[in-house]
Design a protein around this ligand. Structure first.
Ligand SMILES: Cc1ncc(COP(=O)(O)O)c(C=O)c1O
Length: 469
């Protein structure tokens, strides 16, 4: 029986232990409802800071806002020792109305003119993605503005090791530096990268490129003092390593057997040829055996040959370079759950299908399935043996399955019961609501612990100060 039990922190456990009592309160909000625990943010920031401090670094932490559209989280962040990375004008507006001033904001990602205008007006640091952005900044602005240049191609031994679609090629960076030298109001803070990888070696390659560019820029008479290493720090979502490994194996075995564990025998991207499996399971690695922020520690502790085997951290401290980090999901670990009502339960062929009052978009990141089992909150009798069911969404769309795999549960819920999805704040909750201006986004509610119970505030009205009074 496959089982992907989610890791839960104390606050999540407490919330779940009270959920039956909270059921009526939860009825106030439409289904699905995203519950946030903004108070957990501080601890996650401290975990990252502790590693940076251990290496005696000059640093700034930026919360990568893109992984959740919640105002409550941004408001909480504005009162903490953290800055914010905004990737579009909606995020910038949210940061500004939540108490961030421009000097604590960095604009990343590709930008349109509207975004650049507001960023410049508010003295936001602009992480420049391309030359046309730089030219627009020149056109719009004649006052001092802090900029970072984002690198897109990373060389190792003179060969391109990795490229990303963001940032500038080496040639474009040289042109940008030339423009900066001619326009003194462009204050170059330094270079940035974000490599979407879990491989330390690729991040280190990116760092070497940023260091080389820093040296070159100093030779040109400029004084860069920042290297921004982006985000991408790993999170462990899973309770047990053994369970993760055995469930993944069982899932793969099921593709070859008649005992299907997936809807319409979906194989998550694997191919079956002559009764053998080929390819890789196209899923995100929800299990991570490293301790919290261990990957950041490893990166900072990596020696670099070209610098007499000094570690990344030593090179930065020796050269008084400030490191910027932009963690997203790592700061939102344990920051929320998603709750849906059950609409119906029915049988199709031999399988039970549980219809939820939510859609697949309420629980995915782009196209990826979330490999964390939900919890059923129901008064119905406990089964002697768990049964595998399919959770489907409320859209009139064949593909609207909350999970393509069976979920094994020990209670069959009834209409009106609740299903809770754990640790959904980082990307899973609302990342797929991409067009902020048009799509109604699922309700978000901040849950604050008070006298051993929870008090709820709609996301827009949550205030980190008054909620604690
Ligand atoms: C530029 C940049 N910084 C930071 C992040 C946050 O990444 P993560 O949530 O993996 O830490 C992203 C994610 O796409 C990004 O593009």
């Amino acid at each position: 029986m496959i089982s992907f039990n989610a890791k839960k922190d104390e606050k999540t456990k407490k919330f779940l232990s009270q959920i039956k009592d909270l059921k009526n309160t939860l009825n106030t909000f439409s289904s699905p409802c995203n519950i946030l625990f903004p108070e957990n943010l501080e601890n996650n920031i401290k975990i990252i800071e502790k590693v940076l401090q251990k290496h005696n670094l000059l640093y700034k932490v930026f919360y990568a806002h893109k992984c959740n559209k919640s105002l409550a989280i941004v408001k909480e962040a504005s009162l903490l020792n953290v800055n914010i990375d905004v990737a579009n004008i909606y995020e910038l507006r949210r940061a500004l109305i939540s108490g961030f001033t421009g000097d604590r904001i960095e604009a990343t990602g590709p930008k349109n003119k509207e975004f650049l205008i507001l960023a410049i007006e508010q003295n936001v640091t602009i992480n420049v993605d391309n030359l046309s952005e730089l030219n627009t900044i020149l056109e719009l602005n004649k006052k001092n503005i802090n900029i970072l240049l984002r690198i897109s191609s990373f060389f190792e031994n003179y060969a391109v090791e990795r490229i990303t679609r963001f940032g500038m090629s080496y040639e474009d960076i040289l042109e940008a530096l030339d423009i900066i030298c001619r326009n003194k109001f462009l204050n170059l803070l330094g270079f940035s990268f974000h490599v979407d990888t879990v491989k330390n070696s690729e991040k280190v390659t990116a760092m070497k490129n940023a260091l080389k560019l820093t040296t070159k820029t100093i030779e040109m008479g400029l004084s860069p003092k920042v290297i921004d290493i982006g985000g991408g720090f790993k999170v462990n979502y899973i309770d047990s390593e053994d369970e993760w490994n055995s469930s993944i194996t069982e899932l793969k075995q099921s593709f070859l057997s008649l005992n299907s564990l997936t809807w319409n025998n979906d194989t998550f991207g694997m191919n079956i040829k002559n009764n053998t499996l080929a390819g890789t399971l196209n899923i995100y690695n929800f299990y991570n055996k490293d301790k919290e922020a261990e990957d950041l520690d490893l990166f900072l502790s990596t020696p670099i040959e070209d610098y007499q085997n000094q570690t990344v951290a030593e090179i930065l401290t020796d050269n008084m370079i400030t490191i910027y980090v932009e963690p997203g999901k790592a700061l939102l670990d344990n920051l929320g759950v998603t709750i849906s009502k059950v609409n119906f339960v029915k049988k199709i062929k031999d399988d039970l299908v549980v219809g939820l009052d939510m859609r697949r978009n309420d629980l995915v990141m782009v196209e990826s399935e979330v490999f964390l089992d939900p919890i059923v909150v129901s008064e119905s009798e406990k089964l002697k043996e768990k049964v595998g069911v399919y959770f489907v969404g409320n859209l009139c769309l064949e593909g609207d399955l909350i999970y393509k795999r069976k979920i094994f549960i020990d209670q069959i819920p009834k209409e009106g019961d609740l299903v809770v999805f754990i640790n959904t704040a980082g990307y899973f909750m609302d990342f797929n609501y991409l067009d902020n201006s048009k799509t109604p986004v699922t309700n978000k509610v901040a849950a604050v612990e008070k006298n051993n119970s929870f008090v709820f505030y709609m996301d827009e009205v949550y205030n980190p100060i008054t909620s604690k009074e």
